[in-house]
Each structure stands twice: as structure tokens, then as C-alpha cells.
Design a protein around this ligand. Structure first.
Ligand SMILES: [Zn+2]
Length: 252
């Protein structure tokens, strides 16, 4: 019985040690994905800003083309005014000259405004490009670190849980089943509480003195009356390996 109780305590200790590694195994890839998605957001922000600058540039090009056309139209209108023979012709030509001048002023305003937009956005864009490159370098570094850590965790997990099946095989079936059920329950309580005093470390309940005495005797499986954790005394873990267990049992 001591051997079985000891196997249960070792199994619980093993699973507890594996728990953090298990959690790390699950959270590491998630963290990398979060960082990757932040980077993607930054990248799409960047490309939308690039598109805005490009749009302003194209608008400016178009406006420059219109300005050139208006300039030609203005010269033609001026020539027409010079050639006009009647007052009516002169008035019409003059109106054309004025219309082209007004249009040119308007277009020039637009071009200046577009130019200012291009300049300010280009500055912001340059800054954003730099931030993005930095973020990407950081991401690549952290991703590489996470990948290395993942391999490490997997190796540690394999080492920590080495011999788990043997321990499980030592347990009576009903206890193995109970242990699995207790482990699966969600919540704050432990499946196995390895205690070294009369208090259950899973739920902090003070155990009935008779129960604590029986747990110390290690002649049967016991559970906490409050949280149902299987209770094993820490002394069992400090005993010599299984080979000496029979000898240790004999005088008791
Ligand atoms: Zn308890």
C-alpha cells in the first residue's frame, strides 16, 4: 500500500511539474500569433498611408496637366482679344481670359495644398516605415526565441513525465480513475494534496485528527472530506526508492 500511495504522490508531483510546462506549451504559440497579428495591423496601416500619398501624387499630376491646358487656353484667349474687331468680340475674349485666370488660380491653390499634404504625409510615412521595420525585427527575434523555447519545453516535458505510465500502472484502477477525474475538474482544488501537517493544502481545511493519523500510517487511500483531494503524507516522498519499500514496510 505504501508503494501505491508513493506512486500516487510521485504522479501528482510529476503532473504538477508538467502543468506549468503544459501551459507554456499552449501559451507560447498564442503569444507569437498575437505579435504576428499586431505586425499585420501595422503593415496594413502602413500600406493605407502609402496609398494616400500615392493618391495625392496622382491628383497633383492631374492638376498640373489641367494647369498646362489652362495656360494654353489663356494664351489663345489673349490672342483672340488682340485680334477682336468688335466690342462684342473683345468682351467675349476678355471673359475667356478672366475665366482661365480664375481657373488657374484655383488649380494652383489645389496644387499647393496637395503638395503640403504629400510632404506631411511622406514625413509620417517615413517614420511609420521605420517603426514597422523595428517591429518586424523585434517580432522575428521573439519568434525565434519562442521557437527555441518551445523545443526546450517539449524536451523538459518529456523528461519530467518520464516514467509516468509506470507510476499510473502501480495505482489500483479505481484510484487511477479517481485521480483522472479529480485532475479534470475545473477549479482551484488539487487532485492530490501532499501534506506535512494536519491541514489540507488544497482547501486549507483542518483535517480531523483521526484522519491525519491514518494518513500518516499510509495504509490506505484517503480523501479530504471538504475538497475530495486524495491525501498523501509528504514523508512518503522522502522515503527510499521502491526497492527498499518492502523492507521499510516490514517493521511497521
Ligand atoms: Zn481539502
Amino acid at each position: 500500500m505504501r508503494d501505491e500511495l508513493k506512486a500516487l504522490a510521485k504522479l501528482a508531483k510529476m503532473d504538477m511539474a508538467a502543468k506549468e510546462l503544459d501551459e507554456e506549451l499552449a501559451t507560447l504559440p498564442k503569444r507569437v500569433e498575437e505579435m504576428r497579428s499586431d505586425l499585420t495591423t501595422l503593415e496594413s496601416l502602413l500600406s493605407s498611408e502609402r496609398a494616400q500619398v500615392e493618391e495625392a501624387r496622382q491628383l497633383k499630376e492631374a492638376r498640373l496637366g489641367e494647369l498646362a491646358e489652362r495656360k494654353d487656353a489663356l494664351s489663345q484667349a489673349k490672342a483672340k482679344a488682340g485680334r477682336s474687331r468688335t466690342l462684342r468680340e473683345a468682351d467675349a475674349a476678355e471673359r475667356e481670359v478672366e475665366a482661365n485666370r480664375r481657373a488657374m488660380a484655383q488649380i494652383t491653390d489645389d496644387i499647393e495644398r496637395l503638395q503640403a499634404t504629400i510632404e506631411s504625409k511622406s514625413g509620417a510615412l517615413e517614420e511609420r516605415e521605420k517603426q514597422f521595420q523595428e517591429a518586424r525585427a523585434l517580432f522575428e527575434q521573439q519568434e525565434a526565441e519562442a521557437t527555441a523555447r518551445l523545443a526546450e519545453v517539449k524536451a523538459q516535458l518529456a523528461a519530467v513525465t518520464d516514467g509516468r505510465d509506470d507510476l499510473l500502472a502501480k495505482l489500483p484502477k479505481r484510484i487511477a480513475k479517481r485521480y483522472a477525474r479529480l485532475r479534470a475538474r475545473m477549479g482551484k482544488f488539487m487532485a492530490v494534496a501532499v501534506i506535512d501537517s494536519g491541514t489540507c493544502i488544497s482547501c486549507q481545511m483542518a483535517l480531523p485528527p483521526q484522519l491525519y493519523i491514518e494518513i500518516q500510517r499510509a495504509e490506505d487511500f484517503h480523501s479530504c472530506p471538504q475538497c475530495n483531494a486524495l491525501l498523501v503524507h509528504a514523508n512518503l516522498l522522502e522515503e527510499q526508492p521502491a526497492a527498499d519499500a518492502a523492507a521499510a514496510d516490514a517493521p511497521a
